[in-house]
Design a protein around this ligand. Sequence first.
Ligand SMILES: NC(=O)c1ccc[n+]([C@@H]2O[C@H](COP(=O)([O-])OP(=O)(O)OC[C@H]3O[C@@H](n4cnc5c(N)ncnc54)[C@H](OP(=O)(O)O)[C@@H]3O)[C@@H](O)[C@H]2O)c1
Length: 249
Amino acid sequence: MPDTAQSKTVWITGASSGLGFSMVKEQLKAGHRVIASARNEGKLADLKQEYSEQLHFIAFDVADADQVESVGDAMLQLTDTLDLAILNAGTCEYLDIEQPDWSLFERVNEVNYMGVVRSVQVCLPLLKKTPNAHLVGVSSQAVQAPFIRSEAYGASKAAVRYFMASLRLDIAPYDIDVTCILPGFVDTPLTQKNDFDMPFIMSPEKATERINKAIEKRVFEYAFPRRLTLALALSRWMPTLWFKQNARK
Ligand SMILES: NC(=O)c1ccc[n+]([C@@H]2O[C@H](COP(=O)([O-])OP(=O)(O)OC[C@H]3O[C@@H](n4cnc5c(N)ncnc54)[C@H](OP(=O)(O)O)[C@@H]3O)[C@@H](O)[C@H]2O)c1
């Protein structure tokens, strides 16, 4: 493992698949020590062969409040400090308004929003102890405009965005930077279930490249791709037109 002054300790949640898995690979390639979390180790087990000293796995179901303490303890067994935490674990379920399953709101919220809150609970003590630490939360471009069937997913991601913005103010005295990422469509198992057009969809590798640049710059918020950001701004500039174009027929 490269042991330079540049080498960081990084925690990534939702690390077993899609965007999280791609981010783990890039952090490892950059020589950083990665603590990867998800419910299942999955493909991370293969990476472990190549990066046995750099990569650690801590199982964490972010929807389970009872795991916070043991995950915090497991983290302390590995490290006293944390330079970067990327809170990326997430899920998506759509509402069928004809036959609504209202319980999906709790399921989605427990992972996407409360999962981020619980992850902050785990990592904040370590970030506080680390000079120049950085906390990154993954929200979604979905928060920029209303979409059909996205009541639960969009609301949970809007909650993440607000939580990160508010937390940024509160933890400023600890010299911890906070970045909120709003990805557009990325080709992962999460979106492979979608049955609609996904404009400007990109590979997890391309998305990771963009996210890493935003992390390096430590921007407050980064929404990408820009073409999608502009298209979604239509919902604010011309809300009636957005409604007519997007309402369920
Ligand atoms: N793909 C997109 O177009 C897109 C767009 C905007 C935002 N995002 C956000 O980006 C993040 C990553 O999504 P992705 O597209 O890479 O999806 P993905 O391939 O389905 O990966 C989701 C990851 O979250 C983990 N996860 C799910 N439920 C969990 C739980 N209860 N506890 C702990 N980990 C859990 C999964 O691992 P286990 O199943 O092993 O737990 C997996 O590692 C999500 O927050 C998603 O909302 C994605």
